[in-house]
Design a protein around this ligand. Structure first.
Ligand code: NDP
Ligand code: 8X3
Length: 279
């Protein structure tokens, strides 16, 4: 049986959504955790909760993955020796900003997505993978998206960053092929987290519309997929797990309950509506 007991798992973006659900699941399975995000207050609360529930050995690391110097300092100076033997790196920190057509898009939004979803993933990976190589073991799990493979109107830059995550995942797997390290991508469709709230810069109504009339994935569903990949025997490398909500068949095809058609006028935040009830 290959389990997570005693394995040291670093999760970026552990203060919310998918990263937080992974922290809870892995803690229950006996892992040691390094929780990273910018919002330290949230990480401290989570750490307190998991210590009380499972006695988890963990550390919270305030980290903006976009800042290369900060990431280097965190791993080379701040991280205590007892947490430096990282067994699993979960590159989860990421975001979308805006849903404007490219010709009207905000360059600040683009920069934030590119720096977080691509550069941030690279900065952390560059620090952690060499330490895995020196120990001859390790798993890297990148959180991609169905947007790693598809595009949708208004999502060009976000989708480009997730296509980049796919390229980086496959490239890293090639670069590590002669080593015991494994590289996996988990690619979910719509997941009910703070993702849409962040995309719409805190507009709750617009964010709620994204998931109206359908059942999205939960962050726990995504954590469960990562758990599957991480608990395969060492000779099995899960390349990618693509997870769709049952009511979603493509980035642009979502089945919603009829009620949405009457109550919510379609706008750019609900363009993915497919106004037919599933049989
Ligand atoms: P949330 O907004 O709930 O969580 C995002 C996490 O990323 C937060 O913990 C946030 O922490 C962290 N984060 C954002 N920017 C930075 C940064 N610069 N430095 C460090 N941490 C950062 O969204 P999700 O849980 O949904 O998103 C997690 C991942 O899943 C993302 O990569 C996203 O692209 C991907 N994804 C999401 C889907 C969805 O529909 N929700 C579907 C497919 C993929 P903090 O703000 O405290 O720094
Ligand atoms: C997030 C999935 O389709 O909302 O990566 O962009 S989607």
């Amino acid at each position: 049986m290959y389990d997570l007991m005693g394995r040291t798992i670093l999760i970026t973006g552990a203060s919310s959504g998918i990263g937080m659900a992974m922290a809870k699941l892995f803690s229950r399975e006996g892992a040691r955790l390094i929780l990273c995000a910018r919002r330290m207050d949230r990480l401290m609360l989570l750490a307190e909760e998991l210590r009380a529930a499972h006695g988890t050995d963990m550390i919270a690391l305030g980290l903006d993955v976009r800042d290369r110097r900060q990431v280097e300092r965190a791993f080379q100076v701040e991280l205590p020796q007892s947490f430096r033997a990282i067994d699993v790196l979960i590159n989860n920190a990421g975001l979308s900003r805006g849903l404007d057509p490219l010709q009207k898009g905000s360059e600040d939004d683009w920069e934030e997505m590119i720096q977080t979803n691509i550069s941030g993933l690279l900065h952390v990976t560059r620090q952690v993978v060499p330490t895995m190589l020196s120990r001859g073991r390790g798993d890297v799990v990148n959180i991609g998206s169905t947007s790693s493979h598809e595009v949708y109107p208004g999502g060009a830059v976000y989708c480009a960053t997730k296509h980049a995550v796919d390229a980086l995942t496959r490239g890293l797997r090639m670069d590590l092929v002669a080593t015991p390290l494994r590289v996996t991508q988990i690619s979910p469709g719509m997941v009910d987290t703070e993702f849409s709230l962040v995309r719409f810069h805190g507009d709750h109504d617009r964010a709620a519309n994204v998931y109206a009339g359908m059942t999205p994935l939960s962050p726990e569903d995504v954590a469960d997929a990562a758990m599957y990949a991480l608990t395969r025997p060492p000779h099995v490398q899960v390349g990618e797990i693509v997870l769709w909500p049952t009511a979603q068949a493509a980035s642009t095809l979502v089945a919603r309950h009829q009620v949405l058609e009457e109550s919510v006028p379609p706008d750019e935040s609900t363009w993915r509506n497919f106004y037919e009830l599933k049989e």
